[in-house]
Structure formats: C-alpha cells, structure tokens
Write a protein that binds this ligand. Structure first.
Ligand code: HEC
Ligand code: HEC
Ligand code: HEC
Ligand code: HEC
Length: 187
C-alpha cells in the first residue's frame, strides 16, 4: 500500500528502491515487504552484533504513524534529530530516541564494533543520519551511507564520500565532514 506512492510515482520519497535490495547482500532494517528482489517477508538471520535490537520483521508502521505527525517530524513515533550538529545527552527525550526504542543506547560507548561512535556522537556532535542516511535499506554494508547534506568528497583525494568495509569491525572512510578531511580514515 505504501509503495503505490513511495515507488517514485506518488511522492518524492522513493522508499521502494531502498527496500528492493537482495536481503543479506545489502544492509537493510528487517522490514516486511514483497518486492521482486526481496519477496515475501524479509527472511534474515538475526545478527550476533553486541547490543543489537530485538529481531524483526517490522512494518512501516512500527516506526511511522501513517496518519499524523505527533511532533517528531517524518511521521516518526519517536524523536530523531537529523540536524548537522546535535549535542548528545542535551535533552529529554534523547535526540535519538527512535533508535533507542530498539538498539541499546550503551552502543554509543561500545569500542568493539565501531570505536568511532563515541567520538563522533559525543565529541564531534555528529548525528546518526550523517553516516546512516536512509535507515530503510542501502546498497552499502552496515547501513552506512553518508548524508549528502553534510558529507562531501575527500578534499585531499578528490573522491568519495565512500565507505569500504574491511571485514568484521574494520572499515575505511574517504570523505570530508565539518571541514575535516579523511583521506582516508581507517578503523
Ligand atoms: C496516496 C499516496 C501515498 C500513500 C499511499 C502513502 N504516502 Fe507517504 N507520502 C505521500 C506524499 C505525497 C508525501 C509528502 C512528500 C511528497 O510530497 O512527496 C508523503 C510523505 C511521507 C512521509 C514523510 C513525512 C514528512 O513529514 O515529510 C512518510 C514517513 C510517509 N509518507 C510514510 C508513508 C507510509 C508508512 C505509508 C503506508 C502506510 C505511506 N506513506 C503511504 C504519499 C503517500
Ligand atoms: C523497530 C526496531 C529498530 C529500530 C527503531 C531501529 N533499528 Fe536498527 N536494527 C534493528 C534490527 C533488528 C537490526 C538488524 C540486526 C541484525 O539482524 O543484525 C538493525 C540493524 C541496524 C544497523 C546495522 C546494519 C548492518 O547491516 O549491520 C544499523 C547501522 C542500524 N540498525 C541503525 C539504526 C538507526 C540509526 C536507528 C534510528 C534511526 C535504528 N537503527 C532504529 C532494529 C531497529
Ligand atoms: C526501523 C524504523 C523504520 C521503519 C520500519 C521504516 N522507517 Fe521510514 N524512516 C525511518 C527514519 C528514522 C526516517 C528518517 C531518516 C532520515 O531523515 O535520516 C525515515 C524516513 C522515511 C521517509 C521520509 C524520506 C526519507 O527517506 O527520509 C519515508 C517516506 C519513509 N520513511 C517511509 C517508510 C516506509 C514506506 C516504510 C515501510 C516500507 C518505512 N518507512 C519503514 C525509520 C523507519
Ligand atoms: C561517523 C559515522 C557514524 C555515526 C555518526 C554513527 N554511526 Fe553507527 N556505524 C558507523 C559505522 C562505520 C558502522 C560499522 C561498524 C563495523 O564495521 O562493524 C556503524 C554501525 C552501527 C550499528 C551496527 C552495530 C554496532 O554497534 O556497530 C548500529 C546499530 C549503529 N551503527 C547505530 C548508530 C546510531 C543509533 C547512531 C546515532 C546515535 C550512529 N550509529 C551514528 C558509523 C556511524
């Protein structure tokens, strides 16, 4: 029903293209859809990543209230601040409540999966959307896709923004964000 419009025809937001990716090849939140590349209920193996959310699959309406906006923007059920600079822990409810409704907030200080979470979120005031732009599904691993609003090509390399997954808990980012060049930065 949602895809009658959110397929590039009835709305500027084409969510169908984000969800019509081959599961377990690309990163997706486990959302129930029935599309050519992703037929039936999204059948995935719950990950073993520490602090990750309870398994889905979910509906669009798990996260969105399709009838009216209750003040969070984007019809979201919980607060989700997508500003360029967000001061972590500055308000209640937390600016990223939408994520904490499933993910364990302790992941911000977790140094195993991506040690850069803590420094980017707490010190550099980067919001989740800076690196996880489009939470539905993206054709990049780990749901990493840089927000084109704040993240640009690496000034020193003249390419990007790009993320390369180098296996479990290891990756490489080529980009410029807040004037800081990563040409590239590795973790
Ligand atoms: C009849 C067409 C139609 C259907 C069906 C539809 N939408 Fe939309 N939706 C729109 C339009 C139009 C917008 C406004 C953005 C735009 O102009 O493209 C929108 C915006 C949104 C937004 C962003 C809200 C904002 O503040 O910008 C969300 C989230 C959304 N829709 C979710 C859904 C979900 C979930 C469903 C299924 C339950 C759904 N939509 C079904 C047409 C539709
Ligand atoms: C309704 C529950 C729910 C909500 C809300 C939610 N997530 Fe998730 N998220 C999950 C599940 C389930 C997984 C997949 C875990 C697995 O199987 O590995 C996941 C996985 C992820 C991944 C890892 C993807 C990968 O391929 O490793 C990222 C990144 C992520 N979520 C970010 C977010 C962000 C940012 C928010 C807030 C906008 C958010 N999530 C909100 C349930 C949720
Ligand atoms: C796990 C929670 C979650 C689920 C499930 C979910 N969304 Fe979203 N959706 C979000 C978040 C978070 C944003 C805001 C993303 C941003 O601005 O960075 C969003 C944004 C949107 C937007 C606005 C355009 C955009 O990409 O920012 C539309 C339209 C939308 N969602 C439709 C849908 C539809 C249709 C479904 C079901 C196929 C769905 N969503 C399922 C969390 C979810
Ligand atoms: C500076 C970029 C950046 C920001 C900002 C960011 N993330 Fe991530 N995130 C990543 C990268 C890179 C990974 C992949 C880590 C790996 O290789 O295992 C990741 C992985 C994840 C995962 C998968 C499991 C885990 O713990 O590693 C979740 C869930 C997640 N992020 C949620 C969030 C939420 C929620 C926010 C905002 C509060 C956020 N991220 C902000 C870059 C970012």
């Amino acid at each position: 029903m949602c895809f009658t419009c959110h397929n590039g025809t009835g709305s500027v937001y084409n969510i169908q293209v984000e969800m019509d990716l081959v599961p377990n090849t690309y990163a997706m939140h486990p959302i129930k859809v029935n599309l050519p590349n992703n037929p039936g209920i999204y059948n995935y193996t719950p990950g073993t990543t520490a602090g990750i959310a309870p398994p889905g699959p979910y509906d669009c309406s798990t996260c969105h209230n399709p009838h009216r906006d209750t003040g969070n923007g984007l019809l979201l059920r919980w607060r989700y601040d997508t500003s360029e600079y967000v001061t972590y822990g500055s308000s209640s409810p937390d600016p990223y409540s939408a994520c904490w409704s499933c993910h364990n907030q302790a992941m911000v200080d977790d140094t195993i999966n991506f040690s850069g979470h803590q420094s980017h979120i707490k010190l550099h005031q980067a919001s989740c959307t800076a690196c996880h732009y489009s939470p539905h599904g993206v054709s990049h691993v780990e749901l990493v896709r840089f927000n084109p609003g704040f993240v640009g090509p690496s000034l020193s390399q003249g390419s990007g923004p790009a993320f390369i997954d180098n296996g479990e808990h290891s990756g490489s980012c080529t980009l410029t964000c807040h004037g800081v060049d990563h040409g590239p930065a590795n973790y």
